[in-house]
Design a protein around this ligand. Structure first.
Ligand code: AHR
Length: 642
């Protein structure tokens, strides 16, 4: 997307400044409520299935489509059994018609083995809970085991009593308690039965979960949720971006296929090169928000596929009704059709939805004309009439249009110098409706010409580099200064499975091995700022210009804390700061946290954090000022009691 406003290239020539003197007032800021730091999520980079969604078994239900046909992979046979996909005359459900037929080639143990999503982290501290379904005439016991493929040992084992029967599916549940940590993540789940030669049993929905965050059923990985919780964000856009839109008809993110028992959930042709199980469905997203204590921004499908297919005005009504049904499902009481369905599923209490976004990037793929012409209004008018308190965002990601009191969503993937150049972007916008910066990130390094944007034909950065993270901090500071207009922001994308991904850089990278999670340099910046949320900005009296130092002052009136967030970019020397706060006297103390890295191209990687965090205590001098200096390419937070 072309930036609407840039500082000139000359503004980014490296320079120094002796010192910045700020005198922060105790009131009169331009924000009435704090900037809503946020998260944005979709099943990209196996960040849902195979990622934060804690299911350990890959391809648990042999789900497929014409785009991604059902496959046996990565299941393998145990005991020389023959494996075949089988659409039995008695399906497990209409949603899960395909099962795995396991035919013993000899008397003895036969079964199946699954290596997980590129490994299974097996820990003695965890109890693993699983289940599987069987169709077939069998009276004996089953065995479920976690085995180390590195050491060729059994880590945990459970015996599960039959019988299974020939004419209907039977569910079996089991628990596995390892006695020791596995030597590596090279482990498998093995399910076997005591067969006679030629005997066939069909298996489906073979599942295994570790403990989940806050023990939420069908929930999320603990370690990744803890990393998200540490960011202290306020909102969460679900269920995506491009994945919401769908690649081509008939596949769009139809919420009705994502709720109810897992056995009744059909899969979804994801946008990011793999089939989504829909195990992570609408309710799971909302519970995820509850677990993180953040507000959902519920994105609803807006009648545009990524292949440029647009639903006509005459045919749009059914999709508008689907969005209304979705809101009724989440918020309706027992007297409503969909509210009653939610209650029947076990969710007695209504959920709360305060924010809705209509579509995603509807200015792209030929969507803008129809969006402006009829699509947005159809959704907005219907949702606003039924739920007048919901803030509804439009999704033209370039701020080119708005409608009545709708919020706007702005996306910016760019280069470090662009973000620094966009520091004043929001200063220059006329007053208007609330803006959500729903996706932003540095995706490539600077080029010689500052006015050159992202070249999407070139590779994107493999991970956030420090220079980009500092520039993102400056862009965030620019948003924060305008928090009366900028409602909130989200870095994107959020998660990356290092074994299979389509989009980098990402905020957090991971593998099945919990010890390999990488929180990026951008994560470090956003965590520092997110844990210093403002309830309002504060004016800072100064004669100093922005650049190479950038700052914003604010307060959290709930904790009576003053903050200054600052960053230095492209400076030839350290920048001194003298900061005084109205009412904070000589001798008072403040805490200063400074993030630096060895150089602009440093990055966090597995087992290695490039970002250096230095925290010090400062004492106000005789004039009540806190003095410190920040080096080039640094991000800082000063906090003092008000
Ligand atoms: O964040 C990755 C993708 O970038 C999102 O799915 C889409 O909204 C944007 O184009």
């Amino acid at each position: 997307m072309a930036p609407r406003s840039l500082l000139s290239a000359t503004a980014l020539v490296a320079r120094g400044v002796a010192a910045v003197t700020l005198s922060v007032a105790s009131s009169g800021g331009n924000a009435t409520s704090g900037l809503q730091y946020g998260l944005m999520f979709e099943d990209i980079n196996h960040s849902g299935d195979g990622g934060i969604y804690a299911e350990l078994v890959q391809n648990r239900a042999f789900q497929g489509s014409t785009t991604y046909p059902s496959t046996i992979d990565p299941w393998t046979a145990v005991g020389g059994a023959a494996l075949a996909l089988d659409n039995t005359s008695v399906p497990l459900s209409s949603a899960l018609p395909t099962s795995l037929a396991v035919t013993a080639s000899a008397d003895g143990i036969a079964g199946i083995s699954n290596p997980g999503w590129w490994g299974i982290d097996v820990l003695a501290s965890s109890t693993y809970s699983g289940s599987f379904w069987v169709l077939g005439d069998y009276a004996g016991n089953f065995t479920a085991r976690l085995v180390s493929d590195t050491a060729n040992t059994t880590l945990a084992s459970a015996t599960i009593a039959g019988p299974a029967v020939a004419d209907s599916w039977t569910q079996f549940t089991y628990e596995l308690q390892p006695s020791a940590d596995a030597p590596s993540i090279n482990n498998s789940l093995v399910v076997t039965f005591d067969a006679t030669s030629g005997e066939t049993l069909n298996f489906n929905l073979i599942s295994l979960f570790p403990p989940t965050y806050k023990d939420t059923p069908n929930g999320n990985r603990v370690d990744l949720m803890e990393a998200l919780a540490a960011l202290n964000t306020k909102h969460f856009r679900i269920p995506g971006g491009n994945n919401l839109e769908g690649e081509a008809p008939p596949y769009w993110w139809n919420w009705t296929t994502t709720v109810g028992p897992l056995v009744d959930r059909e899969s979804y042709v994801g946008t990011w090169d793999y089939e989504n199980t829909n195990g992570l469905g609408l309710v799971e997203y909302i519970l995820w928000c509850q677990d993180l204590a953040v507000e959902p921004v519920l994105a609803v499908w807006a009648g545009e596929y990524l292949d440029e297919t647009i639903i006509s005005e005459a045919d749009l009504g059914v999709y508008v009704q689907s969005a209304l049904d979705e809101l009724e499902f989440l918020m309706g009481d027992a007297s409503t059709t969909w509210g009653a369905y939610r209650i029947a599923l076990g969710y007695e209490d209504a959920f709360s939805i305060k924010y809705v976004e209509v579509g995603n990037e509807d200015n792209l793929n030929g969507g803008d004309a129809s969006y402006v012409d009829y699509r947005f209004a159809a959704f907005y008018d219907a949702i606003h009439a039924a739920y007048p308190d919901i803030l509804i965002f439009e999704s033209l990601s370039d701020l080119s249009w708005t409608y009545e009191s709708a919020g706007q969503d702005y996306h910016q993937y760019t280069l470090p110098n662009y973000f620094v150049g966009q520091f004043n972007f929001f200063d220059n916008l006329p007053a208007g409706n609330p803006i959500q910066v729903g996706e932003f990130a540095v995706v490539q390094n600077n080029t010689a010409n500052v006015d050159t944007g992202v070249n999407w034909a070139d590779p994107k950065n493999p991970w956030p580099y420090w220079i980009g993270s500092v520039s993102e901090a400056i862009f965030v500071i620019g948003m924060e200064r305008n928090a009366d207009r900028v409602w909130g922001w989200s870095y994107a994308p959020l998660l990356q499975n290092l074994n299979s991904y389509e989009w980098s850089p990402d905020l957090i990278s991971f593998t099945a091995d919990q010890s390999q999670t990488v929180t990026s340099t951008s994560y470090d910046v956003l965590k520092l700022f997110g844990n210093a949320a403002f309830t309002s900005t504060l004016p800072a009296d100064t004669s100093d210009d922005f650049g190479p130092a950038y700052w914003v002052a604010g307060e959290d009136n709930a904790t009576s804390t003053y903050y200054v967030k600052a960053a230095v970019y492209n400076s030839t020397e350290d920048v001194g700061f003298n900061v005084s706060f109205d009412g904070v006297a000589s001798g008072a103390t403040a805490s200063l946290t400074v993030l630096t890295a060895p150089d602009g191209y440093s990055y966090n990687s597995i087992g290695s954090t490039a970002v250096v965090t230095t925290t010090s205590s400062l004492t106000a001098d005789d004039s009540g000022a806190f003095s410190f200096s920040l080096p080039n390419l640094s991000v800082a937070l000063l906090s003092a009691s008000a």
